[in-house]
Design a protein around this ligand. Structure first.
Ligand code: NAP
Length: 255
């Protein structure tokens, strides 16, 4: 791998990496040389995922369960990484939640839970990570957005609001921290074929809509997201600031 994209010696935290997209991103960052810290809520799922990855990258995989929506837990988790693993160089704010219901039936508790899971979490973990990064004069924060940062759909109002907010939070972090040597950007995936979306892939009507709506005429894969995240985490992206990069097969550039 070209030295520009080599992450050897860097410490990376990927929130929500016990499964799904976050797990694939952690594997990708480890593949590029980083020492990775996995995170999730469920301790058992997290230790299983860490054991699996440790087999591929011995000595470079750690895990820490904490709730990214809880400010005290976040401070404890990030503090543990800085003390026990090493100074945090790369943060991927990936943990997220979804809740599908028409807006007229949406309970305020569910609105707040999704905003906390998809937006407040990035502020909390980003703020805690940035404290150390600013002192060291370097760091990478990558917020995992969505095509819903740009496009709305019925029944997912809090998710659309949160991902739109995350796009602007990426800009706000840039406004305050880029001058201290940090690069903060967002990777916004389109429709990704995962365990979670298998039911949508199996739904003939929905699958047909996705294939027709996406210029690349296919679903994305978790591997499609790895290259952009490794690039943004590397010295190859040292002058890329505040951007949201859609990895969506072209969905957001056509009607
Ligand atoms: P997923 O499979 O549902 O996994 C969610 C992960 O987040 C799990 O590791 C979960 O931990 C963790 N998590 C949830 N709430 C948490 C909390 N409060 N504190 C700590 N960890 C928490 O999700 P995904 O589909 O891979 O999505 C990952 C990200 O990509 C999200 O931000 C999502 O919005 C975005 N995205 C996904 C798609 C897609 O097609 N899937 C498309 C666009 C964007 P546990 O295992 O312990 O529950």
């Amino acid at each position: 791998m070209s030295g520009l994209f080599d992450l050897t010696g860097r410490v990376a935290l990927v929130t929500g990496s016990s499964r799904g997209i976050g797990n694939a991103l952690a594997r990708g960052l480890a593949g590029a040389g980083a020492t990775v810290v996995l995170n999730g809520l469920s301790g058992q799922r997290l230790s299983d995922a860490a054991a699996l990855l440790e087999g591929e990258f011995p000595g470079r995989v750690f895990s820490r369960a904490f709730d990214v929506t809880d400010a005290r837990a976040v401070a404890g988790g990030v503090g543990w990484i800085n003390d026990e693993v090493g100074p945090l160089d790369i943060l991927v704010n990936n943990a997220g939640v979804q809740h599908r219901v028409p807006m007229l039936e949406l309970a305020v508790e569910d609105w707040e839970r999704v905003l906390a899971g998809d937006l407040t979490s990035a502020f909390l973990v980003g703020r805690e990570a940035a404290r150390g990064m600013i002192g060291r004069g370097r760091g990478k924060i990558i917020n995992i957005g969505s095509v819903q940062a740009e496009l709305a759909r019925p029944t997912i109002a809090p998710y659309v609001a949160a991902k739109g907010g995350l796009r602007n939070l990426t800009r706000a972090m840039t406004a305050e921290w880029a001058g201290s040597g940090l690069q903060i950007n967002s990777v916004a995936p389109g429709y990704i074929h995962t365990e979670m979306t298998q039911n949508l892939v199996d739904d003939e009507a929905f699958n047909g809509w996705i294939l027709g709506r996406t210029p690349a005429a296919r679903w994305g894969t978790v591997e499609d997201l790895v290259g952009p995240v490794v690039w943004l985490a590397s010295d190859g992206a040292n002058f890329v600031n505040g951007q949201t990069i859609f990895i969506d097969g072209g969905m957001t550039v056509v009607v």
